[in-house]
Unconditional design. Structure first.
Length: 168
């Protein structure tokens, strides 16, 4: 059975209200899909990559996406991010356009957002896995027990940027 492991700072933060039994059930569902040769993104070792890159206490900003990219070579465990060398996906291009327009952000030539995470930006999808070629395929798999707990714990922690930038 696939045993998902949280980084320690996150486990400590989520522990009081987190249901480990449901996470275990989720791991079994993922294992069943893998046994059926379903291709899942991101690679299972990268499912909690966003949590590995930014310690719970260091999160300053949460950017929430829907689910991982569903094409080979894109999903890397960070919402909206792709590894260097991969084409910048349309959703990230749109984010870059808005950041450039609103804040004068200098648009990079790549889509690797690892450096954002290292500065305290948690790039989290509300659903942490997806099947190849099938956006939203894992929407009802049970990831909300994890992502809801993360969002709830962060809102209780405080110190998160709460202002929303938008165009008038």
């Amino acid at each position: 059975m696939h045993n998902f492991k949280f980084p320690n700072s996150w486990l400590k933060a989520l522990e009081p209200s987190f249901d480990r039994a449901k996470l275990k059930e989720l791991g079994k569902k993922i294992d069943q899909l893998v046994q059926q040769d379903v291709i899942i993104f991101p690679p299972l070792k990268k499912v909690f990559y966003a949590l590995e890159l930014v310690d719970f206490l260091d999160v300053k900003v949460l950017i929430l996406g829907q689910d991982p990219y569903h094409q080979s070579g894109q999903a890397n465990g960070l919402a909206f991010s792709v590894d260097s060398g991969s084409a910048v996906p349309p959703s990230l291009k749109n984010i870059y356009i808005e950041l450039e327009s609103d804040l004068g952000f200098r648009v990079p030539s790549h889509g690797d957002l690892t450096s954002w995470s290292k500065q305290g930006v948690l790039l989290l999808n509300s659903v942490l896995t997806v099947e190849e070629g099938s956006a939203n395929a894992h929407k009802n798999l049970g990831w909300s027990i994890v992502t809801d707990a993360i969002i709830s714990s962060l809102s209780k922690k405080g110190g998160i940027v709460k202002k929303y930038l938008h165009r008038a």
